[in-house]
Design a protein around this ligand. Structure first.
Ligand code: G6P
Ligand code: ZN
Length: 559
């Protein structure tokens, strides 16, 4: 029998979960009791329900994962949790955690990831709590967790429990006369079973193998050494008959092999090169924890996440899941280009604009008002789970391609011809000094909300924009009426073009400034985004004085 020890501790500052959980450098988590304090606070935030509960635990394979899983096992046992479902070796993708929470109706789950941030001893780790709907905890819960971290005095731990998480099976322990169970589960099985229900696998298989159109449809799927490796192998190789040549970087590594596991044109540049130079019809990459995706077509034709959302919205009839559930509304985050809004208007569906962060979609889905949503930050997903889902997005695209028998590029050309095009770009200025960036946001907010700003004209490169609306975006959740303030500065012009500026909530040090530019063209749809958007970018740099405050001449990343 194992005993429970109560360990005295003192609070750490700064354990406030950001856009997506607590993310810090590994070395911060390694401080004495730092991780224990946060885990205990998560359990305490659920204290009415924690005794006798079941939780899911897993993460993206990054450095420190196994040690933290071990701590969660011991602290959960110490707090009367009845059962943990743990991915083998701690491996579970973020969408898989969401799927498993929902399937087994657990109280929630703890996701161990810093998503697309680099891993390894000198890089990032993260802990996030997901609720019983499978989605990231809402602000009210993360605020509770944070408050508890500021006053924590003790945590409860069953130190004697050691569980071999490399062995699939049920491991039971006796903790002070209560039974405590750790079920180590196959990391991919539940998720893959679910994908087979959602999509028409035989149809996608015949697309890939060429039995439908003759020529095989050649894909290249890149897991970026992140958690999706085993999922990609099981789905694409075992189920869909692709060969090992169609997949790359499919072994999860603790430091992602030194890669920055973020699927965009900068960090997935070698996938882009491989597709550009090889005989590939389709490329997809996923981030460290498997919720983000990037889609490219033959010749590395890039699909912006905002367009990806709009195209899928217009083709949901290609996916069996939506035939049975029906299609409810659509949603996007505020900085995401408004392409999907036009599809919603055309097909007569509700459209919601929420703050950045997947957690804002959950209530709408739970209330049966939202089927498909996405964010410019390479997130796409549906109400099949309550996280965005990288592999789901790739399978959704392949379903559209299999049904339309068109290339990725043709699908986009048709879409723009019908709906017009939202040119979009995002400039990131990473790891800037925090104080001047905060000052920049304050100064800019004051300026754009002053009398006279609405109606003012701004010119660059021969174009003039007149301000129609400017504010710091706030959102009232239509389901529970909760309000989220100060979600990003937006300037909307008479012609519908938008400039959005906000500070990232997912970085682990310093400040990352994000500048988003969205401009709609009804007929001039075949231009280069960077060229088309240059005047508006100039205007944004003038108004924000971004170069002065960040000290940067150019962004770190352009997407
Ligand atoms: C994570 C969240 C997303 C969010 C993104 C960017 O991936 O799950 O919902 O859009 O981070 O957040 P940030 O605050 O860094 O712009
Ligand atoms: Zn992620």
């Amino acid at each position: 029998m194992s005993g429970v020890v109560i360990v005295n501790t003192t609070p750490y500052e700064g354990q406030k979960p950001g856009t997506s959980g607590l993310r810090k450098k590994v070395k911060v988590f390694l401080q004495e009791n730092y991780t224990e304090n946060f885990i205990q606070s998560i359990l305490d935030a659920n204290k009415d329900a924690i005794v006798g509960s079941t939780l899911v635990v897993g993460g993206d394979g990054r450095y420190l994962l196994k040690e933290v899983v071990d701590k969660i096992i011991k602290i959960s046992a110490g707090n009367g949790v009845a059962k943990l479902l743990v991915g083998q070796n701690g491996i579970l993708s973020t969408p898989a955690v969401s799927c498993i929470i929902r399937k087994y109706k657990t109280l929630g789950g703890i996701v161990l990831t810093a998503s697309h941030n680099p891993g390894g001893i000198d890089n990032d780790f993260g802990i996030k709590f997901n609720c019983s709907n499978g989605g990231p905890a809402p602000d009210a819960t993360t605020n509770d967790i944070y408050k508890l971290t500021t006053t924590i005095k003790q945590y409860k731990i069953a130190n004697n429990i050691t569980c071999p998480i490399d062995k699939i099976g049920v491991h039971t322990f006796n903790v002070e006369d209560r039974q405590f169970t750790v079920e180590v589960i196959d990391s991919v099985q539940d998720y893959v079973d679910y994908m087979k229900e959602i999509f028409d696998f035989p149809k996608i298989k015949s697309l890939l193998q060429g039995s439908a159109q003759g020529k095989p449809f050649n894909v290249l799927i890149d897991s970026m050494n992140g958690v999706t490796g085993p999922y990609v192998k099981r789905v694409f190789v075992d189920e869909l008959g692709a060969s090992e040549k169609n997949v790359r970087r499919v072994v999860p590594l603790e430091d992602f092999g030194g890669a920055h596991p973020d699927p965009n044109l900068t960090y997935a540049a070698d996938l882009v090169e491989a597709v550009k130079n090889g005989d590939y019809d389709f490329g997809a990459a996923f981030d460290g924890d498997g919720d983000r995706n990037m889609i490219i077509g033959r010749g590395a034709f890039f699909v912006t996440p905002s367009d990806s959302l709009a195209v899928l919205a217009n083709h949901l009839d290609c996916i069996p899941y939506f035939k049975s559930t029906g299609v409810r509304g659509f949603a996007r985050s505020m900085p995401t280009a408004a392409a999907v809004d036009r599809v919603a208007a055309a097909v007569g569906k509700e459209i919601f604009e929420v703050p950045t962060g997947w957690k804002y979609f959950g209530n709408l889905m739970d209330a049966g008002r939202l089927s498909l949503c996405g964010e410019e930050s390479f997130g796409t997903g549906s109400d099949h789970v309550r996280e965005k889902d990288g592999m789901w997005a790739a399978l959704a695209w392949l379903s559209v391609i299999a049904n339309t028998a068109q290339s990725v590029e043709q699908i986009l050309m048709d879409h723009w011809a019908k709906f017009g095009r939202n040119y979009f770009t995002r400039y990131d200025y990473e790891e800037c000094a925090s104080d001047p960036c905060n000052e920049m946001m304050q100064v800019l907010e004051r300026r754009i909300t002053e009398a006279g700003f609405v109606g003012s004209s701004h010119s660059a490169a021969g174009k003039t924009y007149v301000v129609k609306l400017a504010d710091n975006f706030s959102y009232m959740d239509p389901i529970d009426q909760s309000v989220s303030m100060k979600q990003g500065l937006r300037i909307i012009f008479e012609d519908g073009s938008r400039i959005v500026l906000r500070l990232s909530g997912t970085g682990s040090s310093g400040a990352t400034v994000r500048l988003y530019i969205d401009s709609y063209e009804a007929t001039d749809v075949q231009g280069d985004a960077q060229v088309m958007l240059r005047p508006l970018i100039e205007v944004a740099l003038q108004i924000s004085q971004l170069q002065k405050y960040t000290g940067r001449d150019a962004p770190t990343v352009i997407t």
